[in-house]
Design a protein around this ligand. Sequence first.
Ligand code: FAD
Length: 497
Amino acid sequence: MNTVTVVGASLAGLYAARELRAQGFDGRLVLVGAEPHLPYDRPPLSKAFLTDTDRAASTPTVTDSAGASATGTGASPDREHSPATRTSPTTGTAPGTGIHAPYESAPESQLALTDPELALTDPEEITDLAAEWLLGVHATGLDQHGRAVLLDDGRTVVTDGVVIATGASARRLPGPQPAGVHTLRTLADARALRADLTRGPRRVVVIGGGFIGAETASSCVALGHDVTVVEAAPLPLIPQLGPDMAMFCADLHRQGGARLLTGTGVAGLHRMAPAYPSGDAYSSGDAAQPGGTDPSGATDRPGATALGSSRTRSSRTESRGPANPGHVTAVELSDGRILPADVVVVGIGATPNTGWLSGTSLAVGDGVLCDAGCVASLPQVVAVGDVARVGGVRAEHWTSATEQPRVAVRNLLAAQTVETVTALPYFWSDQYGSRIQFAGHRPADATVRITEGSPDDGGFLALYEHAGRVAAALAVNCPRPFMRTRRELRAQRTATV
Ligand code: FAD
């Protein structure tokens, strides 16, 4: 193999590049990344990055340091114990020896990986990897045989192997997004949200009680905002944790100081039209004037313009188009209640970034379909991280994105599946001062048994048992027993695979 192209220059893409060099690939290595940044860590974006208001006030600058202590930043706990050790590439045929335009020509503010605790790599490693970094560039297609990656700047990378690591994008509400409405996936998203949160006390509505919604709610409470979380299911996190532990997480919101409304969806957003609309912007001036709040913070005064709502959407809004959708003023729930809001965070999941593959022969369906060794339907294409559906499962966890690349690269270089991913699923989440850790596969009908501590004390270990054995474990502020159980689950898995 002379050339390998990694599409997606973030966590899984970086780990794939490391693995390629570590496993002896000394050819041309190209990384294509849609974001203008070198790889950075996303977990802190919903945690310490949001609450660090001091930094919010300072202007981003380029830094050359990386790997600052992860302690207390919400950074990924395994990061400094990365399984992929940094190795110097073998020199030889690799013509790619640097960072290519537009990286070179991008303004400093764009490159700003500024926040040392987010950086996943450093200049020394960049040199060692001897890769061509095409940053700020989208891949727009893959030829039928997986031998050429098309780019949005008109270039084509002719390649022998492809690693797809394009991750996922935050789902949005339908319709235009007024100012004050945020999703949280990228550094740019986090900076925009943080800027909104530093403008004094705000009424924040978080739509979606999943991990990102819960963490963001927790960060907003820590910043002193008035926070309401809206979750359509009867409890948040049921699919991930099951009903018993989901109940505990619901209590975390309440005890932490956020309002939690469950069992109701969102009908639409109300917005204040801009005072001086320009061009063909909205000019209806039909802001919600909520009042008469009930204890949940909701009002029952529908009638203002709602975006994304079939029931209350203004015909004028539809006909004029979203040139300037104004500023959000409230969230209208599907039961008719209205939550006044200055800031809305939409945390309703993520969609795998496979759009650029449409029209190719590659099998795609909620992710790139791969065998258990991360090999896609073309043998010289592998997929890793959030975009990869590996052996029928698509995980959106930091640890999966760092563990899959070793196996994927091995199979790519072998031109067949010689190894499958056997790693035990693991994720963590930080909410309201509690660290939640989960490992294993949770059968839907598992029984939950608490073996250490107690939910009432805020720290416990719960085991999910099924067919006479432990299938998964969840810990809240109980790291040591959790680590022990995780090791046992790993050993059990290795023995059975
Ligand atoms: P991504 O990190 O999404 O990177 C994919 C990259 O590919 C992006 O830079 C994207 O711009 C780029 N790309 C997309 N399309 C193209 C294209 N066509 N051409 C070129 N480039 C493209 N996990 C945990 O286990 N615990 C946590 O506490 C946790 N917290 C999180 C908090 C937040 C706010 C977020 C967003 C995620 C969190 N995660 C957490 C999940 C974890 O960060 C992801 O699993 C991980 O980032 C996946 O890495 P990835 O490289 O597969 O995808």
